[in-house]
Design a protein around this ligand. Structure first.
Ligand SMILES: Nc1ccn([C@@H]2O[C@H](COP(=O)(O)OP(=O)(O)OP(=O)(O)O)[C@@H](O)[C@H]2O)c(=O)n1
Ligand SMILES: C[C@](O)(CO)[C@H](O)COP(=O)(O)O
Length: 231
C-alpha cells in the first residue's frame, strides 16, 4: 500500500485506581514531564503516523489541551475527546472520529510511555498485511488458571502464552465494525483484539515487542519507569 494513512487513538481517560495516587497516573511527571507526554512523543515523532486522537477524562479536555498539547507543541493531534466509563468506551469515542481517509488505526494506552518507533512501524506493516495485529511478549512466569477458591485448575503450556501490549493495530473498517458490534451487545473486553476475536472471522497476528513497553499500573511500575528515564 502506498501513502498509507495511519491514525492512533490514545485512551488516557482512566482514573488509575490501582496506582492509588491523587493525580491520574498519566499526568504523573517523570523527570519533569507527564507520562502521557512521553507516550504522545513516540507517535508525534513517527513519520508513519499522520493523526493522533487523544481521549481524556471528563473535565480534563481543557487541561490536556493547555498543559500537554500546547505546552509540548504537538502538531498531529486532530481531536481531544472526553472518554467513557471503561477503556473500551473511551476507545470507541476515538473510533467515531477517525478521519475517512485513514487506512490503519492503532490503539495505544496513554499509560505506556516507552513504546519504540520500530515496534510502532512493525505493527503498521503487519496491520496492512494481515488486517489485525497486537504487540506482545512471551510470558516469563508459569501461569496458572485458578477457580473462585484459588485452587489451581490448569497450567497452560507457557510456550503458547503471550502478555499482550499495545499498539493494537487494525485496518480501519475491521476495528470499527468490531467495536460497533461490541457496543451494541454491551460486550466489554480488556483489550481491542478481543473484540475482533469475538466478532470477526480473521486471524490476528502477534508482533513480538519489548519487555520495556510497560503499562504504568501500580507504584512499582513508576520505580521501573524512573530507572528507564535515568538510563
Ligand atoms: N475509562 C477509561 C479507562 C482507562 N482508559 C485508559 O486506558 C489505558 C489502560 O488502562 P489502565 O491501565 O487500566 O488505566 P486506568 O483505568 O486508569 O487504571 P486502573 O484500572 O488502575 O484504574 C490507560 O491509558 C487509561 O487512561 C481510558 O481511556 N478510559
Ligand atoms: C490493552 C492492554 O493494555 C493490553 O495489555 C490491557 O488489557 C489494558 O487493560 P487494563 O485493565 O485497562 O489495564
Amino acid at each position: 500500500m502506498n501513502n498509507v494513512q495511519c491514525t492512533v487513538i490514545i485512551p488516557a481517560a482512566g482514573k488509575g485506581k490501582r496506582m492509588k495516587n491523587d493525580k491520574s497516573k498519566q499526568y504523573i511527571e517523570l523527570d519533569g514531564k507527564p507520562i502521557l507526554a512521553y507516550t504522545i512523543d513516540a507517535f508525534e515523532k513517527c513519520n508513519e503516523i499522520q493523526n493522533i486522537i487523544l481521549v481524556v477524562g471528563k473535565d480534563e479536555v481543557d487541561y490536556c489541551r493547555k498543559e500537554i498539547v500546547e505546552k509540548y507543541n504537538y502538531q498531529k493531534i486532530i481531536a481531544i475527546l472526553e472518554g467513557g466509563k471503561e477503556r473500551q468506551d473511551s476507545v470507541y469515542e476515538g473510533i467515531k472520529k477517525v478521519p475517512e481517509d485513514s487506512d490503519i488505526v492503532l490503539i495505544h494506552d496513554g499509560a505506556r510511555p516507552f513504546i519504540g518507533a520500530e515496534q510502532i512501524k512493525q505493527t503498521i506493516d503487519d496491520g496492512i498485511k494481515y488486517g489485525a495485529c497486537v504487540l506482545g511478549v512471551k510470558v516469563k512466569d508459569t501461569i496458572k488458571v485458578v477457580d473462585d477458591d484459588n485452587n489451581i485448575v490448569d497450567t497452560p503450556n507457557r510456550n503458547n502464552l503471550w502478555a499482550i501490549q499495545t499498539p493494537q493495530t487494525f485496518k480501519k473498517e475491521l476495528i470499527a465494525l468490531a467495536y460497533q458490534k461490541a457496543q451494541n451487545d454491551n460486550y466489554c473486553a480488556t483489550d481491542d483484539s478481543m473484540l475482533v476475536e469475538k466478532y470477526l472471522d480473521i486471524k490476528i497476528k502477534i508482533v513480538e515487542g519489548l519487555y520495556s513497553n510497560i503499562k504504568i499500573t501500580t507504584i512499582e511500575d513508576l520505580i521501573i519507569a524512573k530507572n528507564f528515564i535515568d538510563q
